[in-house]
Write a protein that binds this ligand. Structure first.
Ligand SMILES: Nc1ncnc2c1ncn2[C@@H]1O[C@H](COP(=O)(O)OP(=O)(O)OP(=O)(O)O)[C@@H](O)[C@H]1O
Ligand SMILES: [Mg+2]
Length: 299
């Protein structure tokens, strides 16, 4: 199986099943990494905090977690975690460092792949740069239980490519009407342009579980009526001043106050995540990226 990208023939590994032809058996038999992309239509709804706290909680539960800051040009995961990595994705794109060289350790021994901040060209990677990055990543996540991808907000091709390469897409929304309409717009692009059949909805900044459910109900109604994408309710994170206080001190609410309103929501979410593996989990090598990426550039 192969596909032409920018004049080059690129082999297309299969996303599911026992692995692509020619794949070494040892690689095929290894446990697959679960890959989740956390994304949103509107900015500032809490993606980075969710990825960081969820990752931390999962690592406390014994999972080997890696986080990719895929907000490539305006990444701030490192700032949130209070770490100051020397290298970041910009050095990889420029060919100065290998992807493995930029790995930094975060709280709970999470492995972090930091993004750059203020480098505009990173928001416009071309297909070949993305393929290179994704195949490096595919190799790097061997032995990792969960890869969480913190994307930028919106529907640019960079954001969408990072989302659709994951097995599971988590759309974060807040109860604000503008966040809800932007979440719908994102789901529309996922469905119409990328033929995604399902995504999970996580409601952040909720005043109560009931308010979060109501947000889900509104989105479910319109998506069921107008789009061919199934939206699964993934739960809520309550609005919590202690989370915001933690941000100011570059510390995670799940680490500082695990019993806070938000801390408990993250613990709950992490436990449910572990208890519910994805329906279509690849058996062998993850083969994340290629299929969707190539298809999105050649509809
Ligand atoms: N559950 C919450 N309770 C209280 N405040 C929150 C909560 N979640 C997020 N916030 C606040 O919202 C701010 C924005 O969060 P965050 O940076 O994680 O959003 P984002 O979606 O990653 O933004 P961007 O789209 O710019 O990447 C945080 O700094 C924090 O102060
Ligand atoms: Mg962010």
């Amino acid at each position: 199986m192969s596909q032409r990208v920018s004049g080059k023939v690129i082999p297309l590994p299969r996303r599911e099943g026992t692995g692509a032809e020619g794949e070494p058996p040892s690689r095929r038999e290894r446990a697959a990494t679960r890959v989740l992309a956390v994304t949103s239509g509107k900015g500032g709804v809490g993606k980075t905090n969710i990825v960081a706290n969820l990752g931390f909680t999962l690592s406390r539960l014994g999972k080997k977690v890696m986080i990719l800051d895929a907000d490539l040009g305006l990444g701030n995961l490192d700032v949130l975690l209070g770490i100051a990595p020397r290298w970041n994705i910009s050095h990889v794109i420029r060919g100065e460092r290998m992807l493995a060289d930029i790995l930094a350790e975060g709280p709970g021994r999470m492995q972090i792949l930091p993004a750059a901040s203020g480098i505009q060209e990173l928001t416009r990677l071309n297909a070949e740069q993305k393929l290179q990055l994704f195949s490096d990543l595919d190799r790097l996540i061997d032995g990792v239980d969960l890869l969480l991808i913190d994307t930028a907000a919106g529907i640019s091709s960079n954001v969408m490519d990072f989302s659709v390469m994951a097995q599971e897409i988590v759309v974060v929304v807040s109860p604000e009407p503008t966040a809800i309409t932007d979440a719908y717009a994102l789901m529309k692009v996922l469905s119409l342009k990328y033929a995604e059949k399902s995504c999970k909805l996580l409601v952040n900044l909720a005043a109560s579980p009931r308010e979060a459910r109501e947000v889900f109900r509104q989105l479910e109604l319109v998506t069921a009526r107008f789009l061919d994408i199934r939206v699964e309710y993934w739960g809520h994170i309550l609005r919590d001043d202690r989370l915001a206080r933690g941000v100011k001190h570059q510390r995670l609410v799940s680490e500082l106050y695990p019993d806070s309103r938000a801390g408990r929501c993250f613990a709950d979410l992490a436990r449910r995540l572990i208890a519910s593996p994805p329906a279509h989990r690849p058996k062998g090598d993850t083969h994340l990226f290629w299929h969707h990426l190539v298809r999105s550039h050649h509809p």
